[in-house]
Design a protein around this ligand. Structure first.
Ligand SMILES: Nc1ncnc2c1ncn2[C@@H]1O[C@H](COP(=O)(O)OP(=O)(O)OP(=O)(O)O)[C@@H](O)[C@H]1O
Ligand SMILES: [Mg+2]
Length: 979
């Protein structure tokens, strides 16, 4: 900022270069000293090098400004100090200069004063402002003011130039009235600042005026443009020429869009072209206002593209929504108005109503079958009340195909009113789903559930029944145990009595006793008979009867019994037998079964005092798993049924409950023992069957006896012991521990002509045998005290005397010779108590059987074999040993492989008969070891395992499959002998 000079000294008026600005500061003398210096310093510092700060005295200021105004330089900025002597005069003189610069009034600290000052100064028409020299951004403020001044000045200059040109033109056209064309300040300013290009053309379309907007837009300076024919301008386009043409001289304003290329860049313009006429209406050229709309167009284009994109998105969105609506899983329909005209429906809706035209139709037209149904009424109600309705599982009847019958569908749905802005209903929205399948399944399920509940109830009551049955059978089992024990002792007692009585009777035949005594004797004998019957029934109930079951057909039993039954029933009872054809066989003791049938028939007769009908019926039947659940120890399977029904009094529940209990009777004292049904019960159970009562009071009762099916062919019915009572002369050894029983037996046998030896237990019987006495028959009690059991005794007796016969007697048979309720094969038994005739017949029968069997033995089993029998089950071992002894072999039974090997080491055997499953070492190991000891010994394997055993085939020569009978055993022994 050179050239500043202190106030009061004459400034050096150096002509300033164009564009340079001068700042004049008229400083009042009062603003002296430090304040003035500080102000100047601030200006100098803040103003850039662009400015020259000149300090002038008040009086010099106006002149200096005049000089600067006249120059072609940029207009000055003037800063007027405070408290000048004649501030107003200074300002006025500056104003008079048509001052183009900017006047700053240095601010007063006092704002009130400032206002007063400004009010008094002639500032109109000038650009002025108040300047606080201390305010920040002073340089920018000054630069801004300077730039504005420069702009204004430039405009003014251009206008002046234009005027000059016009004046020249007017001078050149004398017909035109010379006219001073002076643009005023604001017009110039408007044109200069207009963003649009303003171009004036003369009548020849040469450029007259080229605004700075045109310069910016077309990047072409006025100097380059003015005077040239417009069509030669590089930015010109055919569109502008066409625009001019259509504007013509008189045609008025034309607007058009065109494109031009400026500096290689395409620009889009919008032009307004007007013919210009002077005040006299003469055409003097064109005015063209060109606006650059490139950016706008680009924006519009972008907007259009965005709009298009949005439209596309909307339309795909709409499409998507339409698809969603159509495919919605539930049904949707929209109806309009109070007659519910369908406007929209989706696929699910069409599906449920059966695909018919509904759009545009009212609900009644579209779904005529709905008339009178609840749904239509509901629609009206929802429409009128405006209250939505939700229905669940509502049944509707629809005709889903033309001509088809009405079909009931169940729906869950909501009817929702559609309202206008005032809340009035305009239509309805139906939405819901077809729940028919669901409902039907649910109905079925609930039905099943009910059935299930019923089933559970039934099963529960069955369970209770079976528990009762179990308790009952457990009770009967317990009583049976007790009864069996009593019967055993009772039989021994009876045996003594019966024996003694019979011997007495024999004596009586020789002595002549009074009739009265004979009568007493007979009564006693009858009483013993009754006792024997009782005891046998008790044994039957206790399932301790030694049964001899044979495969037979019930029909045949019934036929054979018909005479007996008719007799027992009497004339007032009709007998009917319904025999099932193709009836299966069953394995049962025929004599005991006959007893049961007779007992039941007599019970029936007693229940029909006024006569009635007894029906015996047989059938094949199957007891299933469910049925046998109620019966302990009863396997499911095939059974032969015998039903015995009467038309009698029937039984009340409490009688049925106890009917099988021993000694339970409803008959008068002495009329019934209450053992008939107990015996029937014990017998069927012992035979592997089942008995059941069905009874209804005053209607009658049915007893159903189920006996297991047998696949064996029917056997000959063994004849009941009978025939003449004959004795013999053979020698019989009686082994019996009870002396009284023994003595009666001995006496009876002696009475029959036999030679009789006796022993009180097994040990002494063995001694008798060993003594060499010739004994043909050993008659032994089954249960005997001492170390030698009856079966041991029998085996040893046979070992000593291979041809000896054995007859057992017992009042109670459990293990020794009866297995599974049946006598072991080949075993002869006479049950206690027996009568003299029974004993006589049985002894003869045994001798006669021997004759037949003995011949066979002689034929097939010459010479005895030494057999080692290995079996851990003691009962089986005893039974088989006895059989083998009976067949004339020498046999030793042991319970394990270890014991067998011990024996083998001591004695030589011809045959090893062994079980495979042994407690210690197995049968396989035994066979291997035994072969090392005695390679010549034959081996018979008796196994219940069947063919699955994996023993060494060479080691095993002979097989016996359990259970085996006498024939199988004999055959195995024959094979052994052959080796
Ligand atoms: N067919 C039947 N009709 C009605 N009640 C019967 C029938 N069979 C048996 N009862 C009832 O069962 C009870 C027991 O029968 P059970 O045969 O065990 O003995 P009982 O007939 O009384 O005597 P017993 O058989 O020794 O002559 C009978 O007293 C009777 O009340
Ligand atoms: Mg009875």
């Amino acid at each position: 900022m050179d050239g500043a000079c202190p106030a009061g000294t004459a400034p050096v008026m150096t002509p300033l270069e164009q564009g340079q600005l001068i700042i004049l500061v008229a400083v009042e003398p009062a603003l002296a000293g430090a304040v003035r210096a500080a102000a100047l310093e601030r200006l100098r510092q803040d103003a850039s090098a662009e400015f020259t700060v000149v300090e002038l005295a008040e009086v010099e200021a106006a002149n200096f400004v005049t000089q600067q105004m006249d120059s072609d330089a940029a207009p000055p900025l003037v800063i007027v100090g405070r408290q000048l002597r004649n501030e107003a005069a200074l300002v006025r003189s500056i104003q008079a200069l048509a001052f183009k610069g900017h006047l700053f009034l240095l601010s007063d600290p006092d704002v009130q004063d400032q206002r007063a000052r400004v009010a008094h100064l002639p500032l109109s028409g000038m650009h002025w402002s108040i300047l606080n020299i201390e305010q920040p951004g002073l340089a920018e403020l000054l630069a801004g003011a300077a730039a504005q001044c420069r702009q204004r000045y430039g405009l003014q200059r251009n206008l002046k130039r234009a005027n000059r040109q016009l004046q020249q033109y007017h001078k050149a056209s004398p017909q035109l009235e010379p006219r001073a064309v002076l643009s005023d300040y604001y017009l110039t300013s408007f044109l200069k600042h207009s963003n649009d290009a303003v171009v004036a053309l003369d009548t020849q379309q040469r450029v007259l005026y080229w605004s700075s907007g045109a310069e910016r837009l077309f990047e072409l300076s006025p100097q380059a443009a003015i005077g040239r024919p417009a069509s030669e301008l590089p930015c010109w386009s055919e569109a502008i020429t066409a625009g001019l043409l259509s504007a013509g001289q008189d045609k008025g304003t034309v607007a058009f869009e065109a494109e031009c290329v400026v500096a290689g860049e395409k620009k889009k313009t919008e032009s307004v072209c007007s013919p210009v006429h002077d005040d006299l209406g003469r055409f003097i050229g064109f005015s063209i206002i060109v606006r650059d709309i490139t950016a706008r167009e680009q924006r519009l284009e972008a907007e259009r593209a965005a709009h298009l994109r949005e439209n596309q998105w909307l339309s795909s969105e709409r499409q998507y929504l339409r698809t969603l609506f159509r495919q919605a899983p539930g049904f949707i329909a929209v109806t309009r108005g109070r007659s519910h005209v369908f406007e929209l429906v989706n696929d699910a809706y069409l599906q449920i109503i059966g695909h018919r035209e509904v759009l545009g139709r009212s609900a009644v037209e579209a779904l005529p079958e709905m008339q009178g149904q609840q749904l239509l009424t509901l629609l009206d109600h929802v429409y009128q009340s405006g209250i939505p309705y939700t229905g669940s599982g509502i049944a509707i009847k629809l005709q889903r195909r033309p001509g088809a019958p009405l079909e009931t569908r169940y729906v869950d749905f909501v009817f929702q009113p559609i309202t206008d802005k005032h809340g009035a209903a305009t239509g309805l929205f139906w939405q819901g789903s077809d729940v028919t399948e669901h409902k039907l399944t649910r109905d079925k399920l609930s039905l099943h559930q009910k059935n299930l509940e019923q089933l559970v109830q039934e099963r529960t009551s069955e369970l209770q029944t079976s528990q009762l049955a179990l308790q009952r059978s457990q009770k009967l089992e317990a009583i049976g145990q007790l009864t069996g024990g009593i019967a055993h002792d009772f039989n021994n007692v009876l045996q003594i009595i019966t024996g003694s009585l019979q011997l007495l009777q024999l004596d009586v035949e020789t002595d002549n006793l009074p009739t009265q005594t004979l009568q007493y004797l007979k009564t006693a004998v009858d009483a013993v008979d009754r006792g024997r019957n009782l005891s046998s029934q008790l044994l039957a109930f206790a399932r301790r009867q030694p049964l001899r079951p044979v495969p037979l057909n019930l029909n045949r039993i019934l036929r054979s019994m018909s005479g007996l039954l008719r007799q027992a029933l009497g004339e007032s009872v009709e007998l009917d037998a319904i025999e099932s054809a193709g009836l299966w066989n069953t394995l049962v003791d025929p004599h005991q079964l006959e007893n049961v049938i007779l007992n039941l028939a007599i019970n029936a007769r007693d229940a029909m005092p006024n006569g009635g009908k007894l029906t015996l019926e047989t059938a094949n039947t199957h007891l299933d798993e469910l049925y046998v659940l109620t019966q302990p120890d009863l396997p499911a399977g095939q059974y032969v049924l015998l039903a015995i029904s009467d038309t009698g009094t029937g039984m009340p529940a409490e009688v049925m409950e106890r009917a099988f209990d021993p000694f339970y009777t409803t008959k008068l004292d002495g009329k019934g023992t209450g053992l008939g049904l107990s015996m029937a019960y014990g017998f069927t159970k012992q035979s592997g069957g089942h008995i059941r009562i069905y009874s209804e009071l005053d209607k009658g009762s049915t007893f159903k006896i189920y006996l297991p099916r047998s696949y064996e062919a029917e056997a000959e019915m063994p004849l009941a012991a009978g025939g003449p009572v004959v004795g013999g002369t053979e020698t019989i050894l009686v082994a019996e521990d009870d002396p009284a029983v023994r003595s009666t037996a001995v006496s009876m046998l002696q009475g029959l002509g036999y030679r009789v030896l006796q022993a009180e237990d097994g040990q002494s019987a063995l001694s008798v045998l060993k003594s060499g006495a010739p004994v043909h028959l050993l008659f032994t009690d089954v249960v005997m005290p001492g170390p030698v059991s009856s079966t041991d005794l029998a085996a040893k007796a046979r070992a000593l005397r291979p041809d000896i016969l054995v007859l057992y007697t017992s009042g109670y048979t459990q293990n020794a010779i009866v297995h599974g309720g049946r006598l072991d094969p080949g075993v002869e038994l006479l049950s206690k108590p027996y009568r003299r005739e029974d004993l006589a017949r049985k002894v003869r029968q045994v001798f006669e059987n021997r004759t037949a069997l003995g011949q066979t033995v002689v034929e097939q089993d010459i010479g005895s074999l030494r057999i080692l029998m290995v079996e851990d089950d003691i009962s089986t071992r005893d039974a088989v040993c006895e059989l083998l002894a009976y067949l004339g072999h020498q046999v030793i039974g042991v319970e394990s492989a270890e014991a067998a090997l011990d024996r083998l080491a001591q004695t030589s055997f011809d045959v090893l008969l062994t079980d495979l499953n042994l407690p210690g070492a197995s049968g396989h190991e035994l066979i291997r070891e035994s072969k090392l000891i005695n390679p010549d010994m034959a081996v018979i394997v008796a196994s219940g395992l069947g063919g699955e055993t994996s023993i060494d085939e060479h080691a095993v020569q002979i097989r016996l499959t359990k259970p085996y009978d006498l024939a199988a055993l004999k055959s195995a022994l024959r094979q052994a002998r052959a080796r």
